[in-house]
Design a protein. Structure first.
Length: 100
């Protein structure tokens, strides 16, 4: 369980990466949509979520993503900086989502 180094390095291109399963792609797309400001979870994505996961799993994904977004915003508001745990192994800069 968890994320591999290959998945982490290919996270920015998860849609085209063979490192991710279709279930993982849907979950990452949800995280991406929920992290946008304003949040933009389309009806199409909601359909794919309910086709892929049980209602309880969808709720768990949404709750976990919301919690991580909350923590990130609190840290930014309080000026909390990196503690150096990854020693610079990964510093992924999110790409701006392209709206169609």
């Amino acid at each position: 369980m968890g994320i591999t180094e290959v998945e982490l390095s290919e996270l920015a291109s998860y849609r085209a990466s063979s490192a991710f399963t279709e279930r993982e792609r849907v979950a990452v797309e949800l995280a991406e949509a929920m992290t946008m400001t304003p949040t933009d979870v389309s009806a199409s994505l909601r359909r794919r979520l309910t086709d892929t996961f049980t209602p309880a799993q969808v709720m768990e994904l949404v709750a976990e993503i919301a919690w991580e977004n909350h923590r990130a915003r609190v840290n930014r508001a309080l000026g909390v900086e990196a503690m150096g745990f990854s020693d610079g192994a990964f510093c992924l800069i999110p790409e701006h989502a392209r709206r169609s």
